[in-house]
Design a binder for this molecule. Structure first.
Ligand SMILES: C[S@@+](CC[C@H](N)C(=O)[O-])C[C@H]1O[C@@H](n2cnc3c(N)ncnc32)[C@H](O)[C@@H]1O
Length: 206
């Protein structure tokens, strides 16, 4: 991690992903989480206020120390037990079948090997467990895609390795999940190249 990625990117994310832009989708994606939950790319804890009462505990996986510090007040205000339990979604320090639910929001764009992270989530989810995700990725429209391909090298540099062209549903299915619910749409108040969202729930295939 560079100084920029350690000290600037977590603050940028805390602002760019603030509830004024993302609240409706955070509420939607968190609905139905239950029991023991693992959240990868926990960031500054922007999902914490939206955990439903059915959540018992959250194991947060986040490499950025500053993200964790920025999350402090949200964690303190939450009735849910939240622990920083890992640093890398690509290699989770948990036994197989540990969790009832998993959560990933605006994170599969940034993790270097998103397929590895999804396979790790699949491994640590108990049978019948659910992965809840909202992620930005490759747009459905060709004219937007062209801009995404042009802008991706810059986006990766300024936004901590964030990709614009990942095919989220394909990644989820490819890692051994069946997608039970999926909504793809452009996020309001967001440029289309950055706001092509996939919001859904998936379960491990048998
Ligand atoms: C765009 S931010 C989203 C943060 C948060 N999920 C949210 O919705 O506000 C992406 C997050 O992924 C984290 N991240 C980057 N590499 C990671 C990895 N290998 N494993 C887990 N998280 C990672 C970053 O530190 C950052 O907090």
């Amino acid at each position: 991690m560079s100084l920029y990625n350690d000290h600037v990117v977590p603050r940028l994310v805390n602002i760019a992903c603030a509830p004024s832009f993302t609240e409706a989708n955070r509420k939607r994606v968190c609905a139905g989480l239950s029991g023991r939950v693992v959240e990868i790319g926990f960031g500054s804890g922007l999902n914490v206020p939206y955990y439903p009462t059915t959540v018992e505990s959250v194991s947060a996986v986040e490499p950025a120390d500053l993200g964790w510090k920025l999350a402090r007040s949200r964690i303190d205000d939450s009735p849910v037990r939240i622990e920083r339990s890992g640093l890398d979604g690509q290699s989770l320090p948990f036994e197989d079948n540990t969790f009832d639910s998993a959560l990933s929001t605006w994170t599969l764009c940034t993790i270097p090997d998103a397929d590895a992270a999804l396979r790790e989530i699949r491994r640590v989810l108990a049978p019948g467990g659910t992965l809840h995700f909202v992620e930005h990725g490759l747009a459905p429209d060709e004219n937007v895609r062209r801009w995404q391909h042009r802008l991706e090298p810059i986006q990766k540099r300024v936004a901590g390795g964030c990709h614009l062209t990942r095919q989220i549903a394909d990644l989820v299915r490819g890692a051994g999940f069946e997608i039970r619910e999926l909504d793809t749409f452009y996020e309001e108040k967001t440029p289309k190249f950055f706001g092509a969202l996939s919001l859904g729930v998936a379960t491990p295939t048998a």
